[in-house]
Design a binder for this molecule. Structure first.
Ligand code: HEM
Length: 490
């Protein structure tokens, strides 16, 4: 019997309050064949608990799987960041990583064309650091104000109750900044064969700052040591039908076998002074920094080596927030990231509750949280009788006076400003570059995948506008797509 069941194999079945249960098969009735009695506390408690088993699923990334692991520093990065968990080669930090798909509901199939979430929690001695990324280096939009609209087009239509190609391609067609990410998504990497066989990215640009207060902008890359493996659209459709839990099962079973998946972790590093004149806006999430401009610097190794014991407690109730930074790491002015700094904590308070950060999977493991926040639903009394205010004269925890990150320089009036464009910025340049990098076979599969999806659009103007974005990225891309969509739409 697995060790994780042992606590439940001794002693009798009990009620929630611990009293022994006499009968778990028959409800108590008023005489044989009579109605059920309200005094059957065990029955009432069972039905009531059952009704409350679900919490709201995540509004995005509802479907996922997680595992614990270890991050090991392999290169000295102390001249770039003062984060303690990165302070020494060989230093190890416990982690928890949750993978996910984006659009599907909790019970959706894993093998679908969709970005994969790559949400990583480092349990550091200076607090938990969450890097809530994806398996893609870029995103569909560059301003958080568009996110709810974008996600509405990815989820179920309010009238049909299904995902609709009309909504998906209408939004993308009207949001040309999505062209880069959509080209990526419909290419070969759009359906990873498993969570182990894909890369991860922090995607946004983040601030690193060192002991001297010098600032660097960084982008994180997690390169899979298992090698990239993808599914074709046909393979995925078959697998999704036969084994909807394919990715979740693969992750758990590989860890059970002792085959621990790992990723080589690197960062691109931009000295702060170079940001203003870089050829692309370095804080625009729809753009990558080409490696020729900023090469990868290896910093460590991430290994996943322990399965959660209880999916609900540790995966469903796990919470990750891009606002969870530690000293030496902070946000950039990326407008998407700024919106996310609010969005996640708010989701956690709604979905799991105000004390979500107290749960075992979410609380710091290498230090403790010493806040003056108290009480609320499911508060566990961890602070005992300690004073709950600051300043206080009783030796309570107090502020340090040093922010986690360095201040940003800002100028100009407030306003609904468009994200500033740098010399080579437009919505299509990097999508075109990505297309031209592909082999002939890859281009064919990309065009076939996109054409199949666009052919589901009901209105010509929506399909044409969507195709127009790809034509703007590359003339050949647009021409081939037009022909392929016409062939399918007749
Ligand atoms: C402004 C844009 C965005 C907003 C407002 C937003 C909001 C959210 C919300 C509310 C959740 C559910 C959180 C929960 O219930 O615990 C979520 C999950 C997630 N988001 Fe975003 N998101 C945005 C963009 C992004 C981007 C750009 C990425 C990746 C680069 C990303 C990656 C993820 C991941 C990985 C999860 C799942 C976290 C987990 O496993 O618990 N999101 N997002």
């Amino acid at each position: 019997m697995p060790e994780i069941w042992e606590a439940y194999v001794t002693g009798p079945l009990t009620t929630e309050s611990g009293a022994p249960v006499a009968d778990n098969q028959q409800s108590e009735t008023a005489g044989p064949g009579g109605p059920v009695l309200v005094q059957d506390q065990h029955l009432l408690e069972k039905l009531a608990h059952f009704n409350r088993e679900r919490i709201p699923e995540r509004i995005v990334h509802a479907r996922g799987a997680g595992a614990y692991g270890t991050f090991t520093v392999t290169k000295d990065v102390t001249k770039y960041t003062r984060a303690k968990f990165l302070s020494e080669v060989g230093k190890q930090t416990e982690t928890f990583l949750r993978f996910s798909t984006v659009a599907g509901n909790l019970g959706a199939a894993d093998a679908v064309r969709d970005p994969r979430g790559f949400a990583l929690k480092f349990y550091t001695e200076e607090g938990n650091y969450d890097l809530v990324g994806n398996n893609t280096p870029v995103f569909f939009i560059r301003d958080a104000i568009k996110f709810p609209d974008f996600i509405h087009t990815q989820k179920r239509d309010p009238y049909t109750g299904s995902q609709e190609a009309d909504n998906v391609f209408d939004f993308w067609g009207l949001s040309p900044e999505s062209t880069h990410q959509v080209t990526w998504l419909f290419g070969d990497r759009g359906i990873p064969a498993s969570y182990r066989h894909m890369d991860g990215f922090g995607s946004h640009t983040f601030q690193w700052n060192n002991e001297d207060g010098e600032v660097f902008w960084v982008k994180y890359h997690f390169k899979t040591d298992q090698g990239i493996k993808n599914l074709t659209a046909e393979e995925a459709a078959k697998l999704a039908g036969e084994d909807p839990d394919s990715h979740q099962r693969d992750l758990r079973e590989s860890i059970e076998r002792g085959e621990f998946p790992s990723w080589t972790v690197s960062v691109q590093i931009m000295p702060a002074a170079e940001a203003a004149n870089y050829r692309f806006n370095p804080f625009d999430l729809t753009k990558v920094w080409p490696h020729a401009d900023y090469p990868l610097h290896e910093i460590g190794k991430l290994e996943l080596n322990r399965n959660p014991e209880n999916i609900f407690a540790e995966v469903e109730q796990s919470v990750f927030s891009p606002a969870h930074f530690v000293p030496g790491i902070g946000p950039s002015p990326d407008k998407m990231l700024q919106g996310r700094l609010f969005g996640y904590g708010d989701a956690h308070r709604y979905r799991v509750g105000i004390n979500a950060d107290h749960l075992p999977v979410n609380r710091p493991h290498a230090t403790e949280a010493r806040t003056h926040g108290r009480d609320g639903v499911m508060y566990d009394g961890r602070h005992k009788g300690a004073k709950n205010y600051e300043p206080n004269s009783f030796g309570g925890p107090s502020q340090t006076g040093r922010p986690l990150w360095e201040p940003a320089q800002v100028t100009g009036p407030t306003g609904d400003h468009v994200t500033p464009s740098h010399a080579e910025d437009n919505d299509f340049v990097q999508a075109g570059n990505l297309y031209r990098l592909m082999s002939e076979d890859e281009k064919e599969r990309l065009v076939a995948n996109l054409a199949a999806a666009i052919s589901g659009v009901s209105r010509d103007d929506i399909a044409e506008r969507a195709i127009g974005n790809f034509a703007n990225a590359d003339e050949d891309f647009g021409k081939r797509l037009t022909v392929a969509v016409q062939a399918l739409r007749g």
